[in-house]
Design a protein around this ligand. Sequence first.
Ligand SMILES: [Zn+2]
Length: 246
Amino acid sequence: MGLLHRARAAVTGRLPVKTARSRLEAPLASVSFDDFPRSAWTTGGPLLAKHGARASYYASGRFCGAVEDGIEYFHRGELKEIEAASHEVGCHGFGHIRGPQAASDALDLDFERNALFLEQELGGFRASSYAYPYGDVSPRTKVLAARRYAVSRGIYAGVNAGNIDLAELRAVPIEARRWRPDRIDAAVQAAKARRGWVIFFTHDVSPAPTPFGCTPEMLDYVLQSLAGIEVLPIKHAMAKAVFGTA
Ligand SMILES: [Zn+2]
């Protein structure tokens, strides 16, 4: 992420587009996988099951069946398996484009293209939640996403508590390139102290992860640190935070 992107993300992260007052009476957590590399499901799935956690998988149609830069992405049919295991399938756009650099009609077309892809894979399916590719947002793209999705997740670090922005939920990375267990602990503590909703995001789950992914041990560490906290897919967690129900 370049300096301009960082500056823009830092500013727009403070400009809420769709604010809701959290009704949470206890901390809540979500775990999410972006793009997503196949190992997020084949290796991450069993770890989630071990901890009784349900996650959100943000799929970009462009990656289905693809191998890019040596990374194997999800296969056809795996979204069905993910849904059958009570995880959430969310939208990450079809082409994995940077929203702020795309015209509004091009971005809308990309949303639509991924909606068609997800519908073909899952049958009569409509994604409730979205994750911004690269976490890159502008006030304009936040409004566009908010029109289409009940909830959108960014990568602006922090815990969602008090007034939360449903157009850009904050999220904490689980990434090999900046693995900091103390920051995981601090985020979980903040969620407990503020009755907040802590969301984690990563990509692949592999013994030799990409810089943006994690090892099975890292994911296990996060899930272990969430012991005693309900871990729900983002759309279910959103319902609980906004309506007080899951
Ligand atoms: Zn992505």
